[in-house]
Design a protein around this ligand. Structure first.
Ligand SMILES: *Cc1c(COP(=O)(O)O)cnc(C)c1O
Length: 455
C-alpha cells in the first residue's frame, strides 16, 4: 500500500499546478475534443502501464482540452467553481470511497447527506417539514420532482402509480412557462408525461405571465402540474411566485419549482424578495455544483409532502436493513452513489449563512458591473435587467455576435457563449464563481469591448 503514496503526492502536484494556473491560463480550452481524443488514443496494452505514467500521460493529453471553468473569468453556461473546502472534502470523498446509498452501507455518508439537506433547507428558507434528497444535478432533480408530483396527483385522484403504473391512469395536465429550461421537458418525458399540455407565454423578462397562467388554469379540470422557475437561464428572471402559487392553489395544482441556480437568491437577504412565497410550492430543485460552488456533481430536491415522496422512491431488500435514521436511497432514483454529503456539508459549514449570502450577492453585484462596463460601448447593449447573476448582451446581427464570441473565446481573457434571447442572437454572461473579483470583471469587460471595436 505504501508505494501508492508517491502516486497520490504526484497527483496533488498536478492538481495544485492546475489550480495555480487558473487565474492566468486561457479561460477556454486550447484543444478540441477530437484533438484530445487523438492524444488519448494510444493502444490498449495487454499488461497495463505504471500508474504514475498513466497519470502523467493523462495530464499531458487532456490539459489542453480543460476549460478554466473553476477559475475567475469563465462566464459560460451557469457553471460555478469549487470552493477549496469543498474540493478538499471531495478529495476525501474519493479516498474514503463510501457508497452513499444507506446507513448500513456507510453511516458516515448517510449522516453527512442528512446534515447537508437540513442546512440547505434552512438556508433556502423552506418549511421545516420538507423532505429532501441529493441527486446528480437539476436535470435529475427535475425528473424526481415531476415524478413525485405525478404520483401524488394521481394518488389523490384515486390512482396508485406505484402499484398500477401509468397505463390507464387519469391524464395529468402539465402547465409550463414558455421560458422553461430544456431539462424540464426531458424530465416530463422521462416521467412518462410527454410534452407539456399548456405553454404559458413569458413576459419580456422571461418570467411566466401570471394572468395568462391563471386564465389557463381556469380552463383545466383534474390533476394539474404547474412547473415554475426561479432564475431564467438567460435573464435570471424569477416567476412571480405569489401569483403563480395562488393561481395553482385555486385549482389544487402541484407546483414544482426549477431553481437550479436562482433558488440560492433565497439565501441572500438582499435578493430573497425575488423568491417571495416560493416556500409555498410543493417541490423544488436547486443545484449545488452551480452557485454553491461545490465540485461536480450535486443538487438538492425538496418535497413538501414527505409521505408522498417516500412512497414514490423508497426501496427495501432483505440484505439491506433499514437504518435507524434516513437512508439516502429511500429518497431518490439512485441506489449506489457518490457520498456527496461530505462536500456539501463542508461548504455550508465553512461559509455559514453570511458566507453563502455573500457569494450570491457578490456574483450579482459583479454581473451588474460587467453589464455596466460594456453597455453602450462598441455596439454592445445589455438586453436584460440584471436582477441576478445573468447578463444577456446584444452585439448586432447574428453574424457579428458569432464573430465576437469566437474572438472572445480565442482571446482567452474570459469565456462567454451564445444564446438566443427573445428571438435575437446574443452573448450570455453568467457570474457564479466564488473567486471572481471586480478586477476580473473589468479585465473581461475591457477585452470584450476591445474585440467588439475591431469588428
Ligand atoms: C442548469 C439548469 C438546469 C439543469 O441542471 P443540471 O445541473 O445541468 O442538471 C435546470 N434548470 C435550470 C434553470 C438550470 O439553470
Amino acid at each position: 500500500m505504501t508505494d501508492e503514496h508517491p502516486l497520490l503526492a504526484l497527483t496533488v502536484d498536478h492538481a495544485t499546478a492546475f489550480l495555480d494556473s487558473l487565474p492566468h491560463r486561457p479561460a477556454g480550452a486550447t484543444a478540441t475534443a477530437a484533438e484530445v481524443a487523438t492524444s488519448l488514443a494510444v493502444p490498449l496494452t495487454d499488461n497495463g502501464v505504471d500508474a504514475a505514467e498513466v497519470i502523467d500521460d493523462m495530464v499531458a493529453a487532456v490539459t489542453p482540452g480543460l476549460v478554466a471553468s473553476a477559475g475567475p473569468r469563465y462566464f459560460g453556461f451557469v457553471n460555478g467553481g469549487a470552493l477549496p473546502v469543498a474540493l478538499a472534502a471531495d478529495w476525501l470523498t474519493a479516498a474514503w470511497d463510501q457508497n452513499g446509498a444507506s446507513e448500513a452501507i456507510s453511516p458516515a455518508a448517510a449522516a453527512a447527506e442528512a446534515a447537508a439537506i437540513d442546512w440547505a433547507r434552512e438556508l433556502l428558507g423552506l418549511p421545516e417539514k420538507v423532505s429532501g434528497a441529493v441527486v446528480v444535478g437539476a436535470q435529475a432533480g427535475n425528473t424526481l420532482g415531476v415524478t413525485l408530483a405525478r404520483d401524488a396527483l394521481l394518488r389523490r385522484d384515486g390512482w396508485d402509480v406505484v402499484e398500477d403504473g401509468l397505463a390507464g391512469a387519469p391524464p395529468i395536465t402539465v402547465v409550463v412557462g414558455e421560458e422553461r429550461h430544456l431539462t424540464l421537458d426531458r424530465a416530463l418525458r422521462f416521467a412518462g408525461l410527454g410534452r407539456a399540455d399548456v405553454v404559458v407565454p413569458a413576459r419580456d423578462d422571461g418570467s411566466i405571465d401570471p394572468l395568462a397562467l391563471s386564465d389557463a388554469l381556469g380552463m383545466i379540470d383534474g390533476p394539474t402540474l404547474v412547473c415554475a422557475q426561479a432564475g431564467n437561464v438567460n435573464s435570471g428572471a424569477f416567476d412571480p411566485f405569489p401569483e403563480v402559487i395562488d393561481a395553482a392553489r385555486a385549482v389544487d395544482a402541484w407546483v414544482h419549482v426549477d431553481g437550479a441556480f436562482g433558488l440560492w437568491a433565497a439565501a441572500s437577504p438582499r435578493r430573497a424578495h425575488l423568491t417571495e412565497d416560493v416556500g409555498r410550492a410543493d417541490s423544488w430543485v436547486v443545484d449545488a455544483h452551480k452557485w454553491l460552488n461545490v465540485p461536480y456533481d450535486g443538487a438538492f430536491v425538496f418535497c413538501a409532502h414527505p409521505d408522498d415522496h417516500l412512497r414514490s422512491t423508497s426501496g427495501r431488500a432483505s440484505y439491506l436493513p433499514a437504518g435507524s435514521g434516513r437512508d439516502p436511497l429511500d429518497w431518490s432514483q439512485d441506489a449506489s452513489r457518490r457520498a456527496r454529503g461530505f462536500a456539501l456539508y463542508a461548504v455550508m459549514r465553512e461559509l455559514g449563512r453570511q458566507g453563502v449570502a455573500d457569494v450570491v450577492e457578490r456574483c450579482c453585484h459583479l454581473a451588474s458591473r460587467f453589464g455596466a462596463g460594456i453597455d453602450g460601448r462598441a455596439g454592445l447593449t445589455v438586453r436584460n435587467e440584471v436582477v441576478l447573476n445573468q447578463v444577456v448582451v446584444d452585439a448586432g446581427d447574428g453574424d457579428r455576435v458569432e464573430r465576437l464570441i469566437a474572438d472572445v473565446q480565442a482571446d482567452g481573457t474570459c469565456w462567454v457563449g451564445p444564446t438566443t434571447w427573445r428571438g435575437r442572437a446574443g452573448l450570455r454572461i453568467s457570474v457564479c464563481n466564488w473567486s471572481t473579483t471586480a478586477d476580473d470583471i473589468d479585465r473581461s469587460a475591457e477585452a470584450m469591448v476591445a474585440l467588439a471595436e475591431r469588428l
